[in-house]
Design a protein around this ligand. Structure first.
Ligand SMILES: [Zn+2]
Ligand SMILES: [Zn+2]
Length: 354
């Protein structure tokens, strides 16, 4: 026989209280109302102790939900483990949002779960977060200039580089207050990026350098000196992409080669003399011997006129009808009528494999 609840007289189940009275005496959470939230009017970040918490969503409604989550994470104190909290928007005014928090859980491990509701008022105030203030003040620490050797950047290169810059910036967003791109200038020479953070500039530069096998130069310019005499420098990193692109012809250690692929692993080429594939790293001694020969589409098309054993192969230029003779074992498999591509280098003709 259970003793009666000392508050209401119903049979008690825990600490001399019935389930209802126990739940009333032991709420699931502690939360006060009204709550205040400070939001950046530009990017929606939420002010938290010691800084700003950035949002991951772009859409307005998703952002508002994210802001409330950040606030309630800080303001709701769970008093028991294993709670679920639903947030229901009741009314939205200009600077006030009324929500109902629906909390479900157990006041004690042996009791049945129950639900509690907390009407909560959220009061909004707005200011500019640190990143947005710096951006609107034109703050930047570093410039990344990207050029190509003896040619403008291609549209494809520009797009890929801007994508890298965007991805790197998003990766640093929320970790580094200054991780923003202040400005992008697309000039006829290439790209200039003005970056809030020196570290971000280095990260983007590193990736572009590796991906495009670019050369790199750095310099520093004094831009201000505070009253204590402390000097501040701005970094400029200049990346220069090679003149050649995949498909182009280059000389490597004196041999004409075709560029097949370029990327983080280095430059993959096909040697037209030794007829094999190889890879060159920008750090190798071979790299310094690279000379640009000609663009990929400057190879010339010829038609095989005759291929007789023991005699040179006869080909005719498709553009000028000029007849040439080639003494090259690598093209013995061709028969009359076949097309063959050649490039000229130092007065010699080299077959280009398909
Ligand atoms: Zn009771
Ligand atoms: Zn902001």
């Amino acid at each position: 026989m259970r003793s009666p609840c000392y508050l209401c007289g119903e049979p008690s189940i825990l600490d001399g209280l019935c389930q209802n009275c126990y739940n009333n005496e032991h709420p699931l959470v502690k939360v006060s109302s009204p709550l205040s939230i400070t939001i950046c009017k530009k990017c929606g970040s939420v002010k938290i102790p010691g800084g700003w918490k950035t949002l991951s969503s772009q859409n307005k409604d998703a952002q508002r939900a994210e802001q409330i989550d950040i606030l309630l994470d800080m303001e709701i104190t769970p008093l028991v483990p294993g709670l679920s909290v639903d947030i229901i928007e009741e009314n939205r005014l200009d600077r006030v949002l009324l929500v109902r928090l629906v909390v479900t859980g157990k006041s004690a491990p042996d009791l049945e779960p129950h639900t509690e509701e907390y009407p909560t008022e959220i009061r909004y105030s707005y200011m500019s977060c640190d990143s947005c203030s710096m951006m609107s003040g034109g703050y930047y620490e570093a410039t990344l200039q990207i050029r190509a050797d003896e040619r403008p950047l291609t549209k494809e290169e520009q797009d890929q580089i801007l994508e890298i810059a965007k991805e790197r910036t998003i990766a640093e967003y929320g970790k580094d207050t200054r991780a923003f791109i202040l400005q992008i200038d697309e000039t006829k020479f290439g790209l200039d990026l003005y970056l809030g953070s020196d570290l971000l500039c280095r990260k983007i530069a590193e990736e572009v350098e590796a991906q495009f096998l670019a050369s790199r130069k750095e310099n520093f310019k004094l831009y201000s000196q505070d009253r204590g005499g402390k000097k501040k420098y701005r970094t400029t990193i200049l990346l220069r992409l090679p003149q050649f692109l995949p498909g182009d012809f280059i000389e490597v250690v004196g041999n004409p080669c075709r560029v097949l692929k370029m990327g983080k692993g280095g430059l993959t080429c096909y040697d037209l003399v030794r007829r094999h594939r190889f890879t060159v790293s920008p750090k190798s001694s071979k790299w310094k011997t690279i000379r640009f020969i000609t663009e990929g589409d400057s190879k010339r098309e010829f038609t095989v006129v005759s291929n007789v054993y023991g005699k040179p192969l006869q080909v005719m230029a498709s553009d000028t009808f000029e007849i040439l003779e080639l003494d090259d074992e690598s093209i013995r498999q061709y028969v009359s009528g076949d097309s063959i591509y050649l490039i000229e280098h130092n007065n010699k003709l080299y077959p280009v494999p398909e």
